[in-house]
Design a protein around this ligand. Structure first.
Ligand SMILES: [Zn+2]
Length: 416
């Protein structure tokens, strides 16, 4: 069999994705499959059925992650692993996550019908709760598996109704017995939609991120002085919302001001007491700064912090700053990233060396195993929304790149 000619079945992949998109389908054409919900269970059941049809060895771990293992010729060697997530955002799209689970499934179906054996075993995985929208934070199952997060801490996380993660895991029948504990992995590939506009803008079909941007989160609280808006003159006011407004624009202008590769965003704001006839006396907002360069992000933050303090002093609104979360930028394995680009070229798909602005399970896997991702274009760069879309030909192209990357890694014989 000439491996070079081997291709996945694009129609079958499309049918599989369409079948999955029925579970939790929303009226706007997206899906809502919140983690550990009834819809998540239904999608998991279908996925497990498909794994069993391929005679894979299926295991569920204590975090509810689902693994399907295809034996190799030498099962003592660490496997090649590929996967992503089945859960979605509330009113999310039909491709985020699920493409990276159905993609490797299509790869294994292709290997099976062509009777192709690999030297190493191949493992496909669905990581529980990648999104973090029902239970914060995100990517907890890959985090526990990689040894970066504590299982019992995650078990106790609650949703807005006060339901615990562990009880919901139990309720849907996916609290497995296998320890959620890392094992040697030869290579991890995560196939995902880009969720941004670069591939489309550059007219490329395959993206190979060199890694994931650093992520710095801050929480800002401003105190003002409440008063009746009518009788209180404009001068001498301590309006916390006006101070916040000035600061938010400084966040937006920061990348331009400081230069270099950087994005900065305020996504959340709470205004108190939020009444049309009271001057706001307390405002809380968040700041998110991402860059490929950790030091650059810190320098930018120092600059922003000075501006914040100047605005706070000018408006007489005391400021409290909390540094909430800091994750360093995470470069992927250069050999595997190169392999993704080379493979795209062999298959005549134009490729792009880029960065990933979003976090993925690949971030945690990257801490314990050689890791790379394969991106395909998101139409208009839209994601985490119902109209999220990717062309079927691109889904197929990405799966073909995944197929050949997996084949190359799974036929490497050296002992690691
Ligand atoms: Zn995702």
């Amino acid at each position: 069999m000439n491996f070079k000619r081997l291709r996945v079945n694009g129609n079958r992949l499309q049918n599989t994705l369409e079948e999955m998109a029925k579970i939790g389908a929303t009226s706007g054409g997206g899906v809502q499959r919140l983690t550990l919900s009834d819809e998540d269970k239904q999608a998991r059941d279908l996925f497990v059925r498909w794994l069993k049809e391929l005679n894979l060895e299926v295991t569920i771990d204590e975090m509810g992650s689902i693994f399907g293992k295809r034996a190799g010729k030498n099962n003592a060697l660490p496997p090649v692993m590929s996967g992503s997530h089945i859960d979605s955002q509330p009113k999310g799209g039909r491709f985020d996550g699920i493409l990276g689970v159905m993609g490797p499934l299509e790869v294994l179906r292709t290997l099976d019908e062509n009777n192709i054996e690999t030297i190493r075993p191949i493992v496909i995985v669905d990581w529980t709760n990648e999104e973090g929208s029902r239970f914060a934070p995100a990517m907890v199952a890959s985090g526990v598996w990689a040894g970066a997060l504590d299982r019992d801490w995650v078990y106790q996380r609650t949703d807005i109704h006060g339901r615990r993660f562990v009880d919901e895991l139990e309720r849907i029948g996916y609290r497995g017995k296998t320890p959620a504990k890392k094992q040697p992995v030869h290579a991890y590939y995560e196939y995902h939609i880009e969720q941004g506009p670069l591939l489309e803008r550059e007219a490329k079909r395959i993206g190979a991120p060199k890694g994931i941007l650093c992520l710095h989160w801050y929480d800002i609280t401003l105190e003002g002085e409440a008063n009746q808006v009518g009788p209180t003159p404009m001068e001498g006011r301590h309006d916390a919302l006006c101070a916040a407004a000035e600061m938010i624009l400084k966040v937006n202008q920061l990348p331009d001001k400081i230069g270099g590769n950087l994005v900065a965003t305020v996504g959340e704001i709470q205004n108190h007491p939020n009444s049309r006839n009271i001057i706001p006396d307390r405002v809380h907002f968040t700041v998110d700064i991402r860059s490929w360069d950790d030091d650059h992000a810190l320098t930018a933050w120092e600059d922003l912090k000075n501006d914040f303090e100047a605005v706070a002093a000018k408006r007489g609104c005391p400021i409290r700053i909390e540094e909430t979360w800091r994750v360093e930028h995470s470069p992927f394995d250069e050999t595997l990233v190169r392999r993704v680009l080379d493979t795209a070229e062999e298959l005549n798909y134009p490729g792009l060396h880029m960065v990933s602005g979003a976090g993925h399970d690949a971030s945690y896997m990257n801490q314990i195993a050689p890791t790379a991702m394969i991106f395909v274009p998101s139409i208009n760069g839209r994601s985490h929304v119902e109209i999220e879309n990717t062309r079927w030909e691109d889904c197929e192209a990405g799966a073909n790149v995944l197929l050949h990357c997996i084949l190359k890694s799974a036929n490497e014989n050296k002992e690691n």
